[in-house]
Design a protein around this ligand. Sequence first.
Ligand code: ADP
Ligand code: MG
Ligand code: MG
Length: 498
Amino acid sequence: LPASSIAPLKCSRADGIHTQEETDGNPIYDPHVIDAKMVQKLVYDGLVWSSLHGLVVGDRAVQRSGTVPGVGMVHAPFSLLPMAFPEGHWKQAGELAPIFNELIDRVSLDGQFLQDSLSRTKRVDEFTSRLLDIHARMMEINKKEEIRLGLNRSDYMLDAQTKLLLQIEFNTISSSFPGLSCLVSKLHRNLLSHYGIHLGLDYVKVPKNAAVDQFADALAKAWCEYNNSRAIVMIVVQPEERNMYDQHWLSALYNTHGVATVRKTLAEIDGESELLADGTLIINGEAVAVVYLRAGYAPTDYPSESEWRARLLMEQSSAIKCPSVAYHLAGTKKIQQELAKPNVLERFLNDKDDIDRLRKCFAGLWSLDDSDAVRDAIERPELYVMKPQREGGGNNIYGDDVRENLLRLQNEGTEENAAYILMQRIFPTVSPAFLIRQGICHKEHAISELGVYGAYLRNKERVIVNEQCGYLMRTKVSTSNEGGVAAGFAVLDSLYLT
Ligand code: ADP
Ligand code: MG
Ligand code: MG
């Protein structure tokens, strides 16, 4: 092996990192036992495999890597070996996917529920307020979304102490990594098929992952429902996107289904699109059947009125929006917290069994109106997470900052507390892991978050698709509060059923 390609393993022993004795999980391998030569081989093969198979992202260090495909690529951060995960919890998470899909669809239809639940948030959160304005305008003109497409991802952590699978959040907009997550599963299966025998691991225990094909299928079926053979799928993107290859994997839509795609930023859509009298959305002369948003989830995606005009125009059109503004709002943390209140699920679902299953995975969720919860969070902030209505990682408040912020909000007596929710902090099992970034392997104590993709499509008469679509495992250093691969906290992983 060329020595230059692999840096020595770094073993983190920073303060606060749990020691081996403190971890209560059952790691599938003992990193102290795997010999360094074997690790080097695995790392090298993993890096080669990633490069050859498109498990790549744009490299921050290269200027045009977020705009020009093929320029400045680097392997996506990944975990060398899959993370152990109990088969029972894996099945449970899969079974929840269609129930959550259905729930969110029903919630999206209850405009008044969305407006009421978010009414106080609206007064203090400008971004949510703009979305609610568009939503209210659609309610006024009685706009109906008869064909509805959800490409969702429900995220979970396995609480170490209670052994409960608890939901972190439900993503209805820009659910990322359907493309790259499939590749990591393939990478791990490939590495284990070569080296598993030496590690005591069997590649068949890494579940196959077809998230990207299933998402492409759902997009193609939505396109069929729109019923205009000349129409295209428009992917709404950020002007600079280093995670573009994950998105390009979905463009396989063209090869497998013959459906053309076009990538446009919100600003471009504002400049290049128009709405016909019958509601058809036209971009550069072509009709748009499906608008698939991989942008528009963060305030920074709307630097000017131009972007908001584009979002409104798309919403007014007859194109199928993935997601509609109603779906987007239904995926906010505030709605997650409202749905966890007693008797709210019953408003949207009939099946008692489904309701029980959903409730079982709800962690503690509170509004900041709840004075008991706030008092306890001030006393024991380490047991809570404070969350604003934001997406994309890096926005939550942890630890002593929870106390400070809650005290500040109390003293100021402002309405700003409506911008946040409080959530029970989940503590997953800590396991050893090899995390690889920029070609360097770090041995760490790590925790994982399982995301399960779900696709949902229906028309006026019937549900056409409602299924689980593969998974995303993300693993991060146990001392890191935040998640997010793109945000730089976590690496892509897959799971090893135990
Ligand atoms: P976002 O929409 O920005 O991804 P999340 O709710 O997923 O927001 O929070 C971001 C990250 O913060 C998660 O990926 C997870 O690592 C961590 N996190 C969120 N909620 C909790 C929680 N209740 N307990 C522990 N960690 C959490
Ligand atoms: Mg999210
Ligand atoms: Mg998240």
